[in-house]
Design a protein around this ligand. Structure first.
Ligand code: HEC
Ligand code: HEC
Length: 227
């Protein structure tokens, strides 16, 4: 990290009223809590630092305490679509979607060029795996993933751009479970303009057993985050 980068991250941390710089603000030493801003030369770095970093982290790996997910393996087309959907009430507008409403508020002031620039910035962050929190059955998870999910999300879980199905590898295990349950309950994906989410709403009843879902999330959270 260059001196300039360090100064930048201290400034960003100061602006966001964090207690210190980088990992120093996190006594547990958990890397997912890092606040250091990366790729400071990117045109959207400043906007990410002021509007996104406090929840998603400088490394884009998210923070479970805030229900903010990791973003690093998502492709920019998917990220931009989600930001537009949050902003336009297509995602996060359901009365029971507490976490979604937080993100809807965080994207309310973004115009389309800002969304494209932020998606490009997030895409520039190195792909990485967030810390795991679940301990489901890996073999069972692999089996279910290959049979029920891989046709759209890819056998390696890295997504399929042609089908607009995002990467599941690189998501937080707790986030994957929460989103799946939201699709199943019609809390995400039920908006009439959400033609991608509705695919998940149709599929989600396939798994109602929490242990099976946990095993899929556990398996995907341990797979390599890039080819
Ligand atoms: C106050 C905290 C907060 C801030 C600030 C915030 N987010 Fe989020 N973000 C969340 C939460 C919580 C979710 C999960 C929403 C859900 O469960 O549906 C989320 C979800 C997302 C998603 C969807 C990820 C996926 O896998 O579908 C993207 C993309 C995203 N945020 C990008 C951003 C960007 C870019 C910014 C800055 C403009 C930002 N967020 C600012 C809390 C935040
Ligand atoms: C018919 C294709 C299809 C199948 C099969 C499928 N998905 Fe999806 N999935 C999608 C699409 C398309 C999206 C993007 C929805 C959107 O844009 O909001 C998605 C989104 C998701 C998300 C949200 C990711 C995020 O970052 O927020 C999760 C979690 C998910 N799928 C899990 C699964 C699991 C687990 C399985 C297998 C049990 C599965 N999917 C099977 C098409 C599919």
């Amino acid at each position: 990290m260059s001196t300039r980068t360090i100064r930048w991250s201290c400034l960003a941390a100061f602006m966001l009223a964090f207690l210190g710089c980088g990992d120093a603000s996190d006594p547990s030493g958990d890397a997912t809590q890092s606040v250091a801003l990366q790729n400071t030369d990117h045109p959207a770095a400043n906007q990410y630092a002021t509007q996104c970093l406090s929840c998603h982290g400088g490394d884009g790996l998210g923070q479970e305490a805030l229900e903010a997910p990791a973003l690093t393996t998502l492709d920019p087309t998917y990220i931009a679509r989600q930001l537009r959907h949050f902003r336009d009430g297509v995602r996060g507008g359901h009365p029971e979607d507490t976490a979604g409403s937080i993100m809807a508020a965080a994207s309310a002031n973004l115009d389309d060029p800002a969304i494209e620039a932020l998606a490009s910035y997030v895409d520039s962050l190195p792909n990485a795996l967030p810390a795991t929190t679940l301990s489901g059955d890996l073999a069972q998870g692999k089996d279910y993933h290959l049979n029920l999910c891989s046709a759209c999300h890819g056998s390696n879980g890295l997504g399929n751009a042609a089908l607009e199905a995002p990467a599941l590898t690189g998501l937080n295990d707790w986030y994957l479970m929460a989103q799946y349950e939201k699709f199943r309950e019609g809390i995400r994906g039920a908006h009439p303009d959400d033609r991608w989410g509705v695919q998940m709403v149709r599929l989600a009843p396939a798994i109602s057993d929490t242990d099976i879902l946990e095993s899929i999330a556990t398996y995907l959270a341990t797979q390599p985050p890039s080819d």
